[in-house]
Ligand binder design. Structure first.
Ligand code: SF4
Length: 261
């Protein structure tokens, strides 16, 4: 590894051990996460997931689809009406604005409310197109690639970032919003293992390695975890612990600064 790498020495081997332990513990319960087979549905689902938990954004998704069975209907609605539907899901005004802009841009690029054109692109082309759309980060783009297009990519969400920093896979200086971090983690995991490891890391972050008060005593990684950023005696995150900030790509962060993750 070079000095600038966000990965600590031995990261690929440590990731392989984490993969094996988490697979034995969780068995990659992908259906629990509710991701979507359609690429535009998945992109909007990920926008709804920013800065909130699975229960809240799953329920927000259901309300959104009940109110707007077609994306055409949603784009025709006012931002205020859409925000009203999203209320309770966190950042409802910003997400309403982002989703309407996303739909307008998709219609402009594809001629319809569909991202099926991605199916004919390679991973780099598809990721480039997606990260130019409002509100979509590298993580969001790779979720679309993984869940809707079946590509061998590894999205790094806030759960993954937190778990990999605490366990010592990532250096203390690793910064979430750098694309090099996302690329380095993905490159360190063999392509056939990326999907299940991603799912298991998300689930582990939601159920066990919580942002506050992680459940270390019952964690399957307890014996080998470095617990970086945690005050082990108090079981709490230190003030200098792990900070996660939402991320967009440079272009869409300027336009939609409050969402992205
Ligand atoms: S031992 Fe604690 S900090 Fe380490 S992965 Fe498990 S829950 Fe997270």
């Amino acid at each position: 590894m070079t000095a600038a790498s966000p990965l600590r020495p031995g990261a690929p081997e440590r990731l392989a051990r984490i993969d094996a332990v988490l697979e034995a513990a969780y068995r990659s319960p992908e259906a629990d996460l509710g991701n979507k087979a359609d690429p535009l549905d998945e992109a909007i689902y990920i926008v709804l997931s920013f800065q909130t938990d699975l229960a809240r954004f799953s329920s927000t998704w259901s309300r959104l689809r009940a109110a707007y069975p077609s994306w055409d209907a949603l784009e025709r609605a006012s931002a205020r009406e859409v925000a009203r539907v999203l209320r309770g899901g966190g950042l409802h005004r910003q997400k309403a604005k982002t989703i309407r802009s996303l739909l307008a841009d998709v219609r402009s690029v594809a001629g319809e409310h569909s991202l099926d054109l991605l199916r004919h692109m390679n991973d780099d082309e598809a990721e480039k197109l997606l990260t130019r759309l409002p509100g979509l980060s590298w993580k969001a783009a790779r979720c679309v690639l993984l869940y809707s297009l079946g590509r061998n990519v590894l999205p790094v969400d806030s759960n993954t970032f937190r778990v990999l920093k605490r366990t010592g896979v990532l250096s203390r200086q690793a910064v979430y919003r750098r694309r090099s971090l996302h690329n380095a983690i993905q490159a360190a995991v063999p392509a056939p293992r990326r999907r299940s490891l991603h799912v298991n890391l998300v689930v582990h972050g939601q159920r066990t390695c919580l942002p506050r008060n992680p459940r270390c005593p019952c964690c399957p990684l307890n014996a080998e975890c470095s617990k970086i950023g945690l005050d082990v005696s108090a079981g709490k995150e230190r003030a200098d612990g792990l900070r996660y900030r939402g991320v967009g790509t440079r272009s869409n962060r300027k336009r939609y600064p409050t969402v992205g993750g």
